[in-house]
Design a protein around this ligand. Structure first.
Ligand SMILES: Nc1nc2c(c(=O)[nH]1)N[C@@H](CN(C=O)c1ccc(C(=O)N[C@@H](CCC(=O)O)C(=O)O)cc1)CN2
Length: 300
């Protein structure tokens, strides 16, 4: 079997289009322009790229973008003071603090300071709890994007065997909760899982989010399974010239795509969905804050 390649770039473009449509309606009918505030502390080059892309795509969707760039040496107190101002700012519907933060700032304390209603990352413990108990929450962007792709592939996920490899708070755990809410039978595998190959090979859905290049082998995949590769690993690429690098996922793409039914590539798979879902979450947060109908097709 040769797998269908799930085109995350095209999927994300469709979501951004749907967000833009909703935004133009909320502006015209209700005079509400959703606003997203993104906070970047320091100069991490990858974070710079993501924050620039967030600003551009937010503006393209017709929303207000408020960018806050703070120096590396910013104190936790100053960052918390900015978060408090954004919480109180009525023009701001969504707040995102770009991760990772510099080592001297405790991430958990900053995430806990964000108003849960504006927590478009879905990382606040309040939203984590709502998601875990099957209630309406702000859902983390990357798992939300993965769920959208899986629903587009399968329709109903009821009864399917899903294996999530990785137990991070940002991807693995919320992904498992979403799959469970969609009535899949869910296993979370991790670094201590015994016989990972056996666990993965019974899955109809594999979500790999471990951050280890090409860890999931082609002969682990059940024929016809859907494989969602969340890993974005930069590795050396001497074949491209001296000192060159390239991105690769957590899955051995060439081998897995000969067996799977559908698979996401890296780059161009899950990555672009993360920002598209951030825009969707910002619109959802704005609708909830202003008592407007939510864009059902853009939520979990
Ligand atoms: N507060 C947050 N911080 C971080 C998150 C997050 O969801 N919230 N996720 C990641 C970074 N990220 C968005 O912030 C992100 C990562 C990757 C992509 C993406 O489109 N990747 C492309 C490849 C890009 C490249 O060439 O480098 C792809 O996979 O095709 C978008 C957003 C960590 N921090």
């Amino acid at each position: 079997m040769t797998a269908k390649i799930i085109d995350g770039k095209a999927f994300a473009a469709r979501i951004r289009g749907a967000v833009a449509c909703h935004v133009s309606r909320t502006k015209a009918k209700h005079g509400v322009t959703p606003g997203l505030a993104v906070v970047l502390v320091g100069n991490d080059p990858a974070s710079e790229v993501y924050v620039r892309a967030k600003h551009k795509q937010t503006v393209e969707a017709g929303m207000n973008s408020f960018e806050h760039r703070l120096p590396e040496e910013t104190s936790a107190a100053d960052l918390l003071a900015l978060v408090a101002r954004l919480n109180a700012d009525d023009a701001v519907d969504g707040i995102l603090v770009q991760l990772p933060l510099p080592a001297h700032i405790a991430e958990a304390e900053v995430l806990a300071a964000i108003d849960p209603a504006k927590d478009v990352d879905g990382f606040h413990i309040h939203n984590v709890g709502l998601l875990a108990t099957g209630q309406k929450a702000m859902v983390p962007c990357t798992p939300l994007g993965c769920l959208m792709m899986l629903k587009a592939e399968h329709g109903d996920l009821s009864g399917l065997e899903a294996v999530v490899i990785g137990r991070s708070n940002i991807v693995g755990k919320p992904m498992a909760q979403l799959l469970l809410s969609a009535n899949a039978t869910v296993t979370i595998a991790h670094s201590r899982t015994r016989d990972l190959k056996a666990v993965v090979s019974r899955a109809d859905i594999v979500v790999a989010a471990v951050g280890r290049p090409n860890m999931v082998k082609g002969d682990w995949i059940k024929p016809g399974a859907s494989v969602i590769d969340v890993g974005i690993n930069r590795i050396d690429a001497p074949e491209r010239g001296e000192g060159k690098t390239r991105l690769t996922g957590d899955v051995d793409f060439a081998a897995a795509s000969a067996v799977a039914g559908a698979i996401t590539p890296v780059p161009g798979g899950v990555g672009p969905m993360t920002i598209a879902c951030l825009l969707a979450n910002t619109l959802t947060a704005a609708c909830r804050r202003h008592g407007l109908a939510e864009p059902e097709e853009l939520t979990a």
